[in-house]
Design a protein around this ligand. Structure first.
Ligand code: FES
Length: 351
C-alpha cells in the first residue's frame, strides 16, 4: 500500500510505496530533492521527519546531532506510514529540458596516467542548455549508462568536455582504450543534477571549491562560468590528488590564480614521493581547508570527488568548522558493480 509523503512548507505531496525510498518516490513523482550518491554516503539527501515513520535512512551521511533531531537520508529511508518531511530544497523536474543528442568524438587527450579528456561535438546547429556543475549521461552499446560532469562552461554549448578516469575493467574505460576513435558517435542525454553554484541573496558568500581527482571537472565549469559572467565571488579551490601528475590541469588553475583577484588555488597531495620534489601542501585535501579556514560559518562549500573525501569533509566542516549543513553541496563519485567482475567509477544519478 502506498503512503503519502508531504514536503513541509512546499505544498507538495506524492505517493510512495514502502519498497521505494522517499527520494525515489519524489523523483518518480517529478520532484528533485538534493541528492548525489544514492548510497547513504554523502548526506546530500537528508531531510527531517516531522511526522510519520520511516524505515532505514540512518548512518554514514548524517552527524549524531542530525540523527538526534530526526534527520534521515531520504535515499535510504522507506515510508512505513504517511510521512511529513522537511527538505532543504525541492524543484520540479523539467523532463522536457533534457535533450538526447547524437554527439561525435572530436578529440581525446590523455592528460594523466589514468585520465583522458574526451571532447564531444554536437551535430551542426545543435545547442544544449546546462548549468555549470551539471552532468550528462552517455548510453553504451549494452544499454547501460555512464554519467560524467561537463568540464566546459555552459556558454560553450555546441560541444562538451568530459574528464574520464580510467578504471581497470570499466566498460567505458575499456571502450576508450580499445575502440573509441575520433568521429565515433555517442548518444548523450543532457543535463542532469543539482550540483551548481547557488546564487541570489547569497551571491557574495565566500566559497570553498573542493575536488579530488576528476572531481575537478564540474569545478572547472563553475570557475569558467564565473569568469565569463564576471561574477567576482570570492572562491578558493582545494584540489587533492595522490601525485603531482594527477593534478592534470594544475597550470590552468595556477593561471586563474595569477589573473583573478577573487580566486585562490591550493593543490594538496596525499602521496607525494621524494622524486616529485613537491614543496606544496600534503595530507588530506579537506584537512588543508580546516587548517586554513578553521571557521567556515560564513562559507558555502561545493565538493566533488570520492565519497570518502566528501563524507569526511562534510562531517568535519559541520562539526568542527561550524559550516551550515545546508551550505554544503556535493557530487560524489560512487563505485558500482555492474557484474561480478566489473567495478566502474561513475557518478550515480537518476537518469
Ligand atoms: S546519502 Fe543520499 S544521496 Fe548521498
Amino acid at each position: 500500500m502506498s503512503h503519502t509523503i508531504q514536503l513541509e512548507g512546499h505544498g507538495i505531496a506524492f505517493s510512495c510505496e514502502p519498497a521505494k525510498s522517499v527520494l525515489d518516490g519524489a523523483l518518480a513523482a517529478g520532484y528533485e530533492i538534493p541528492y548525489s550518491c544514492r548510497s547513504g554516503i554523502c548526506g546530500s539527501c537528508r531531510g527531517r521527519v516531522v511526522s510519520g515513520a520511516v524505515q532505514g535512512g540512518l548512518g554514514g551521511g548524517l552527524t549524531a546531532e542530525e540523527e538526534k533531531s530526526g534527520h534521515v537520508l531520504l535515499c535510504q529511508a522507506h515510508p512505513c506510514s504517511d510521512v511529513s518531511v522537511e527538505v532543504r530544497e525541492v524543484r520540479k523536474i523539467d523532463r522536457s529540458a533534457i535533450k538526447t543528442v547524437k554527439a561525435k568524438v572530436y578529440r581525446m587527450t590523455r592528460v594523466a596516467p589514468d585520465v583522458t579528456i574526451l571532447q564531444l561535438r554536437f551535430p551542426a546547429g545543435t545547442r544544449v542548455k546546462f548549468k555549470a556543475g551539471q552532468y550528462l549521461s552517455v548510453k553504451l552499446e549494452d544499454g547501460s549508462f555512464r554519467h560524467y560532469s561537463m568540464a566546459n562552461p555552459p556558454h560553450q554549448n555546441d560541444s562538451v568536455e568530459l574528464h574520464i578516469r580510467h578504471v581497470p575493467g570499466g566498460s567505458f574505460s575499456q571502450k576508450m582504450e580499445q575502440g573509441l576513435a575520433v568521429g565515433d558517435p555517442l548518444e548523450v542525454s543532457i543535463p542532469y543534477g543539482d550540483f551548481f553554484l547557488r546564487e541570489g541573496d547569497q551571491d557574495n558568500k565566500p566559497t570553498v571549491l573542493l575536488a579530488s581527482g576528476t572531481g575537478f571537472a564540474p569545478i572547472k565549469s563553475i570557475i569558467e562560468d564565473a569568469i565569463k559572467a564576471k561574477r567576482e565571488r570570492s572562491m578558493v579551490l582545494y584540489w587533492g590528488a595522490r601525485r603531482p601528475q594527477d593534478l592534470y590541469k594544475m597550470d590552468l588553475a595556477r593561471k586563474w590564480e595569477s589573473q583573478l583577484p577573487w580566486f585562490r588555488f591550493v593543490p594538496v597531495l596525499s602521496d607525494s614521493q621524494p622524486s616529485d620534489n613537491w614543496a606544496g601542501r600534503t595530507g588530506y585535501v579537506h584537512q588543508a581547508v580546516m587548517t586554513d579556514i578553521p571557521s567556515l560559518g560564513s562559507y558555502e562549500v561545493y565538493a566533488c570527488g570520492a565519497p570518502a573525501m566528501i563524507n569526511a569533509a562534510r562531517h568535519d566542516f559541520v562539526h568542527s568548522g561550524g559550516l551550515n549543513p545546508n551550505a554544503f553541496y556535493c557530487d560524489a563519485f560512487v563505485s558500482t558493480t555492474t557484474s561480478a567482475s566489473e567495478t566502474i567509477q561513475v557518478q550515480i544519478k537518476a537518469a
